[in-house]
Design a protein around this ligand. Structure first.
Ligand SMILES: Cc1ncc(COP(=O)(O)O)c(C=O)c1O
Length: 386
C-alpha cells in the first residue's frame, strides 16, 4: 500500500518537452488540471470490451467535474450517485434518471426523497435500519443489498465501512419481505485500486451462490448483481491490463443465469489516466535535507489523493542539466503536511519552472479543499489527441 511517505515515480524530461504544458498555462493559468476527454472515452471502451454485457455506472465521487459527466453521458455511460449534490450535477447535464442508481448505503430521508423526485428508484442498503427507511416508499423502489468482502490488501478497503456479512443476507432479505420491500439483488465493492482480481472473484462467486440459494427458496427472485468498482490503473506499480484483470471475472459472470443483469460502478479506472496536473514552482529554499521547491498546488487541492487515496502520482520535471540533488516538492499552504514528495533526486530547478503530475483524474479535484484560501486549480476537460 502506498502512503504519503511513498515517493512518487519521477521522470526528468528535456526543457523543450515543457512547451506543451507552458502553452496551456499561458492560456489557462497555473495550477491547472487538464482532463483529456479522449482518454476517458478510451477507458470506457476498454472496460466495456473487458466486461461485455456489464452495464457501467460511473462512480461520480471519483471526479464530479461537469465536463467528465458530459463526456461519459455522451458515450452512453450510466451513473452511480451517492448524494443529492451529485443528482443536481446530473440534472444540470440533462442525464435521464433511468441511467442512475443510488449506491450510498447510509442515507437521510431527504436524500431518498431527492433521489425519488429525480426519478432514481434503485438504492443500496446494508442493514435493517436502512431498509426500514424505505417502508414509506416501498411501492416505488427496488433495493440492492451490499455485502462486505474485506480486502486489506487494497489501498482503500471499502468493506471496512459498509456491507453486511454474507451470513446476514438471508435475515435481511426476510425482514425486507416482511416490510413489502423487494431486494432485487446484491452488490459489493471489492476495494479500490485492486491489483489482483482475487477479491472480485471471491465476491462474485459468493454472491452468485447466495442469489441461487435465495431464488430456490423465495417467490420474489434476485436478478441483479452489482460488482462495484476497484478496477486498477498504473500509478507507481504495474497494475494488470484491464483485459487481463477482467478475464477471470468474465468467466465467473458467464456462469450466472442468463436473465441476471450485471452492473459495475467504476470510478478510478474511467478517469485517473485522463488527468494531468500542471503546476509551477513559486519558491525554493535550501534546507537541512536538501533543496525544497514550493509549488502553487499541493495536498490541500489536486494532490489531496496523496493523503486520502494513498496515491503516488508520477511526477515529471523538465531540465537539460545532468546534476541531481536531494529535493522535496511541497505545496503552497502553511501546513507542514502539505508535502507532495520528499527526498527525490531532481536536477536544479528554478522559480517559474513547470512540474507535471500524471494519472491525476481520480480522487484529486474531487477531494480538494479551500484551506488557507489558496485558489483551487482551474479544471478543464478537453479533447487532446493521443
Ligand atoms: C459505492 C462505490 N462504488 C464505486 C466506487 C468507485 O470505486 P473505484 O474508484 O475503485 O472504481 C466507490 C469508491 O469509493 C464506491 O464507494
Amino acid at each position: 500500500m502506498a502512503s504519503i511517505q511513498t515517493p512518487p515515480p519521477v521522470a526528468i524530461k528535456q526543457a523543450a518537452d515543457a512547451v506543451f504544458y507552458r502553452t496551456l498555462v499561458q492560456e489557462h493559468g497555473s495550477p491547472l488540471l487538464v482532463l483529456n476527454a479522449n482518454v476517458i472515452n478510451n477507458q470506457y471502451r476498454a472496460l466495456t470490451a473487458a466486461l461485455p454485457g456489464v452495464a457501467l455506472y460511473f462512480a461520480i465521487k471519483a471526479n464530479p467535474y461537469p465536463g467528465v459527466i458530459q463526456t461519459l453521458a455522451d458515450i452512453g455511460c450510466n451513473f452511480d450517485i451517492a448524494t443529492s449534490g451529485e443528482i443536481k450535477l446530473l440534472q444540470a447535464a440533462k442525464v435521464e434518471s433511468t441511467r442512475c442508481i443510488h449506491t450510498h448505503p447510509i442515507k437521510r430521508d431527504q436524500d431518498i426523497r431527492d433521489a425519488l423526485r429525480f426519478g432514481c428508484t434503485t438504492f443500496v442498503v446494508d442493514n435493517l435500519q436502512e431498509i426500514e427507511k424505505f417502508i414509506p416508499y416501498r411501492a416505488r423502489v427496488g433495493l440492492l443489498l451490499r455485502v462486505s468482502f474485506p480486502n486489506p490488501a487494497s489501498p482503500v478497503d471499502l468493506s471496512k465501512k459498509f456491507g453486511c456479512t454474507p451470513n446476514q443476507v438471508d435475515e435481511l432479505v426476510q425482514r425486507s419481505q416482511q416490510h413489502g420491500l423487494h431486494i432485487k439483488g446484491l452488490s459489493f465493492h471489492a476495494g479500490s485500486q485492486c491489483l489482483s482480481p482475487h477479491n472480485h472473484l471471491l465476491a462474485i462467486e459468493s454472491c452468485a451462490q447466495l442469489m441461487a440459494d435465495h431464488n430456490q427458496r423465495y417467490e420474489r427472485p434476485m436478478s441483479i448483481l452489482d460488482i462495484g468498482g476497484g478496477f486498477p490503473v498504473n500509478y507507481d506499480v504495474n497494475a494488470p491490463a484491464i483485459d487481463e484483470f477482467c478475464r477471470p471475472l468474465r468467466k465467473a459472470l458467464a456462469q450466472l443465469p442468463p436473465h441476471f443483469s450485471v452492473l459495475a460502478e467504476p470510478g478510478r479506472y474511467l478517469v485517473a489516466e485522463a488527468g494531468t496536473a500542471i503546476c509551477s514552482i513559486i519558491g525554493q529554499a535550501p534546507r537541512s535535507n536538501g533543496q525544497w521547491y514550493y509549488l502553487d498546488n499541493g495536498v490541500y487541492d489536486l494532490f489531496s489523493g496523496r493523503i486520502y487515496d494513498h496515491a503516488a502520482y508520477p511526477i515529471t520535471v523538465f531540465s537539460g542539466c545532468s546534476e541531481r540533488q536531494s529535493a522535496t516538492l511541497a505545496g503552497p499552504t502553511c501546513d507542514s503536511i502539505d508535502v507532495i514528495a520528499e527526498d527525490i533526486a531532481l536536477p536544479p530547478l528554478a522559480i517559474g519552472d513547470i512540474v507535471v503530475g500524471t494519472m491525476m483524474g481520480a480522487y484529486t479535484n474531487a477531494s480538494a479543499t479551500d484551506f488557507n484560501l489558496f485558489p483551487r486549480a482551474k479544471v478543464i476537460c478537453t479533447n487532446i489527441p493521443a
